[in-house]
Design a protein around this ligand. Structure first.
Ligand code: IPM
Ligand code: MG
Length: 369
């Protein structure tokens, strides 16, 4: 009997808890119907953690994360905590757990489901069939570089500063993640930088070229970030795998997300380096935020959270069959015309978070029958 998989659930704020509830139902289904069981513990992060403990990332949560095989997170943040000092805002919890677990590789797929192709604000033929993977470096760059801060200049003016740094190993390891993933896809990597202005990214490009030489089968190209933003909306299907710095990845992944019609559909994985025993820290979360405006109404789209769980099955446990099953259930439910408000379209049936979750487990029943 294989050991149970240990999962840490961090529902967080806003719609986080509601959409995590629907994942629990998928997990209950798996516990009953598949040859695997999960032990789930729940922890605090973000605003929910601030309310209970005063800090956005309690030590207990970090310990629980280190002790689990994978972390599934909802979302953090909301207007309630925006008034707090910068150092204790919910976002610090998210950035803290990424850094503390060493989750340097952020995988953000942008896939357009056929049934939703008309939900995009872009023309159908531009996005139909889109399947790109953005790989964002997640624990370095300007998000974490020192020195940083806001200084008083003493003359009534202030100076704000952040630092964009990358070292060779940081670039090489994210580059290799991109190359390895591309090898399983269409074998093309586009590295995005601002090498016409920023020295750090001159070096990023030079080091990416070196990584590329280790992978003669992968076609490596380079693009400036401003052009990349334009190309993403002009002709997104030209890309296969995109690899880029922390901040450029933050911006471009929101842009890519919108190509798919709804942020409510997009999952993500954040992975660390495997240790000697092959254990790899991993956190999965939807790309969307906590959506405080619709929290508690039971109308949020749980699909990005459910798809994040499917990424967890795929990347943390190599459970490809089960992951495919979940992905297929999502696709079938969309094909049947079920929609939460965010992806609602003409002639479709608008359903609640719970009914969407129901539909997924029913579909799983059918698929596994
Ligand atoms: C994201 C978010 C975060 C980031 C914020 C909430 C700190 O925008 O995951 O893309 O900037 O990384
Ligand atoms: Mg972002």
């Amino acid at each position: 009997m294989p050991a149970n998989k240990k999962l840490l659930f961090l529902p967080g704020d806003g719609i986080g808890p509601e959409i995590m509830t629907e994942v629990r139902r998928v997990i209950d289904w798996m516990d009953q119907r598949r040859s695997v069981t999960f032990d789930i513990t729940e922890g605090l992060i973000g605003g929910a953690a601030i309310d209970e403990t005063g800090v956005p990332l309690p030590e207990e949560t970090l310990e629980a994360a280190h002790g689990s095989d994978a972390v599934l997170m909802g979302a953090v943040g909301g207007p309630k905590w925006e008034v707090l000092p910068f150092e204790v805002q919910p976002e610090r919890g998210l950035l803290g757990i990424r850094k503390e677990l060493g989750l340097f590789a952020n995988l953000r797929p942008a896939i357009v489901f056929d049934a939703l192709a008309d939900a995009s604000t872009l023309k159908l033929d531009v996005v139909k069939g889109l399947d790109i993977m953005i790989i964002r470096e997640l624990t370095g760059g300007i998000y974490f570089g020192e020195p940083r801060g806001i200084e008083d200049l003493g003359d009534g003016n202030r100076k704000g500063f952040n630092t964009l740094t990358y070292t060779t190993p940081e670039i090489h390891r994210i580059g290799r993640v991109a190359m390895d993933l591309a090898a399983k896809r269409n074998k093309r990597v586009c590295s995005i930088d601002k090498a016409n202005v920023l020295e750090t990214t001159v070096m990023w490009r030079e080091e990416m070229i070196k990584v590329g030489e280790e992978y003669p089968d992968i076609e490596l190209s380079h693009m400036y970030v401003d052009n990349a933003a334009m190309q993403l909306v002009r002709n997104p299907k030209q890309f296969d795998v995109i690899v880029t710095t922390n901040m450029f990845g933050d911006i471009l992944s929101d842009c890519a997300a919108m190509l798919t019609g709804s942020l409510g559909m997009l999952p993500s994985a954040s992975l660390g380096a495997p240790d000697e025993s092959g254990r790899q820290a991993a956190l999965y979360e939807p790309v969307h935020g906590s959506a405080p405006d619709i929290a508690g109404q039971g109308i949020a789209n749980p699909l990005a959270q459910i798809l994040s769980f499917s990424m967890l099955l795929r990347y943390s446990f190599d459970m490809f069959e089960d992951a495919d099953l979940v992905d297929q259930a999502v696709q079938n439910v969309l094909d049947q015309g079920l929609r939460t408000g965010d992806i609602m379209g003409e002639g479709k049936t608008q359903v609640s978070t719970e009914v969407m979750g129901d539909a997924i487990t029913k579909e799983l029943d059918k698929l596994a029958a």
